[in-house]
Design a protein around this ligand. Sequence first.
Ligand code: ZN
Ligand code: ZN
Length: 187
Amino acid sequence: MQNQTPSGTEQTKSKEDIFLVGLRRAGMRITAQRRTICAYLANTDSHPSPYDVYQAVAAEHPSISRATVYNTLNTLQQLGLIVEISVGSDHTHYDTDPEPHVNVICLRCHKIYDYEGDMGMDALYTAVQEELDFQPVGARVTLVGFCSDCRTQRRTEIVAQWTEQQTEQQATASGKPVPASPERNDD
Ligand SMILES: [Zn+2]
Ligand SMILES: [Zn+2]
């Protein structure tokens, strides 16, 4: 019998295969280098920058050009299989998780976290599809703010700044006689 494939085989198509199929459909040749790029993207949990991807792939293929890496990333992005996230002016990262989720970005250290909780996206997808006749392939939701490490550091800096100011003021006060409480100058 031919129909003995276990059920669920369709869904178990790996992320790496999805990337490769996409590239092939876009007319790209599947080389060993492109396979490595897709494998890296499929297996990373971080949000790599184009240079991170280049470095990781160059470890295996030292002769790979940056152009090959960047073209491949560009094509995957145009296919909606990876999503570009901009952090600040020249920090581009790729999100390789096609499932809708929230990217939480720290404005200070530029770390990117994923929030995977329920975003109620199904309703939004349906509404956009019905009302705009637009087929969403991915969601890009970004929350910007400050991570807990950066908030702790910021507090330490504020305290240090304040202490420094106090010390300066005290030094100034002891240098020149400044009245402790300003006197009123009535006309
Ligand atoms: Zn931070
Ligand atoms: Zn993400």
